[in-house]
Design a binder for this molecule. Structure first.
Ligand code: URA
Length: 431
């Protein structure tokens, strides 16, 4: 392992055997955390070429089993986001795509660094089980059309261990590590197709549109080399995607969209575009036809009905679909605008870190989450504001005091003179 670390430390290329030794040795517990941390940091700093990234992906995928979804009829299309702030798309898209007949067997992860995770969000619904066995998982998809469960221990266990280590060693932001982490799980997930949502901007692991496109191309290529059809959308994460940041709050916002609300939001636009890609891929439809079917499923209430059925099937209270506000307490206080102007920035990373600090995410391995805490933003970048107008409702919890939240919020939001509204859908990459 020392030789492998040193080679990467000096910018050398790792062979397939070296990558396999490191990944499989670490998974088996033969390589200690400190050595893996050192290798991850060397990869972060010196990168990996396409071949090394593919080998890393393969080794992590091979560390576990491949999920067998053949018992589920139809073309299974998986969806994955590279992670962002207030990005609750899976909770909307899973039931929505299922409502038009796409079988959705989704394995999701937990929050990483300042980003939220679908599994943490779903656990905000009391009783909701995210630890389905493979048999339970496939049975739920067959019966309901959609199920979302945690990444099983058998699925790319190397990634599970490495992901947790990266989260606490400052080694999250690296193209080869992100691409291989995501794609190892996707290659093992048993799906026939894949729709990727690659976030870019300050609240994503890729800062620029170009870096987002590069990550998107890397992942679509890995998929292609492994025989999986994939398409990626590059979407903006230069402010939180939705209005709500925090687990229960994000579930509630997803439900509002499934209820037919928030049609003029970036969250809705991204969900609709991703769901259309999934539907087109799974059912072999033109994009337009896919969108038409999805619009109908939303207006007839079928999408919300799928959400209700999914929650019930996984042990949660189906009435959550009608009363999402039961998931959290009323806000403790409201932060108002400190001057007249226009919202120039709502720095997503700072807001994500603030929510994390309040208890919506973890700062170290094994930290408990407080599902009810978080922020509800009342404005978008480009919106005019008058002094005294509400900017944010704060669901406080116990880990921070009001003054500290106010101070950090004020550092994260800029009220200026002028700002444009920016598009959220930036690029589509399919080869
Ligand atoms: N999502 C993942 O699954 N892995 C990463 O490394 C980043 C986002």
């Amino acid at each position: 392992m020392l030789e492998i670390i040193e080679r990467k430390r000096w910018g050398g290329k790792l062979s397939r055997a070296m990558i396999e030794d490191a990944v499989l040795g670490y998974t088996r517990g033969e390589i200690p955390d400190y050595q893996m941390s050192a290798l991850l940091m060397a990869i972060c700093l010196n990168g990996m070429d396409e071949e090394e990234t593919f080998e890393l992906t393969r080794a992590m995928a091979r560390s576990g089993e491949r999920v067998d979804l053949t018992a589920i009829p139809g073309v299974k299309v998986d969806k994955h986001s590279t992670g962002g702030v207030a990005d609750t798309t899976t909770l909307v898209i899973g039931p929505w795509a299922a409502a038009v007949g796409v079988p959705v067997a989704k394995m999701s992860g937990r929050g990483l660094s300042f980003t939220g995770g679908t599994i943490d969000k779903l656990e905000a619904i009391p009783g909701f089980r995210t630890d389905l066995s493979m048999a339970e998982f496939t049975a739920a998809v067959r019966e309901v059309g959609v199920a979302v469960t945690g990444q099983s221990g058998e699925l790319a266990p190397a990634d599970k261990k490495i992901y947790a280590l990266r989260d606490v060693t400052g080694t999250v932001e690296s193209l080869p590590l992100i691409a291989s982490s995501i794609m190892s799980k996707k290659l093992s997930s048993g799906a026939d197709g894949l729709v990727l949502d690659v976030k870019c901007g300050e609240g994503a692991f890729m800062a620029t549109k170009e870096a987002g496109e590069e990550l998107a191309r890397a992942m679509v290529r890995i998929a292609g080399s492994a025989g999986l059809r994939a398409v990626a959308l590059v979407t903006a994460m230069d402010q939180p995607l939705g209005e709500n940041i925090g687990n229960a709050l994000e579930v509630a916002e997803a439900i509002e969209i499934l209820q037919g609300g928030r049609k003029d939001s970036d969250l809705y636009r991204v969900c609709r575009a991703l769901a259309a890609e999934m539907t087109a891929l799974s059912l072999g439809l033109e994009q337009r036809e896919a969108e038409k079917r999805l619009d109908a499923a939303l207006s007839t209430g079928e999408a919300l009905e799928k959400f209700r059925a999914m929650v019930a099937r996984q042990g949660g209270d189906p009435e959550t679909a009608d009363h999402p506000a039961r998931l959290y307490d009323p806000p403790a206080f409201v932060i108002t605008a400190w001057r007249d102007g226009v919202i120039e920035a709502q720095h997503p990373r700072a807001l994500g870190l603030l929510a994390q600090r309040m208890g919506a995410g973890r700062e170290k391995l094994g930290d408990a989450i407080d599902p009810k805490v978080g922020l509800v933003l009342k404005k978008r970048v480009g919106d005019p504001v008058a002094a005294g107008e509400p900017l944010c409702e704060v669901h406080l919890g116990r880990r921070m005091d009001e003054a500290a939240v106010r101070e950090r919020f004020k550092e994260a939001v800029v009220i200026g003179e002028k700002a444009e509204k920016r598009p959220v859908l930036l690029a589509r990459i399919d080869e």
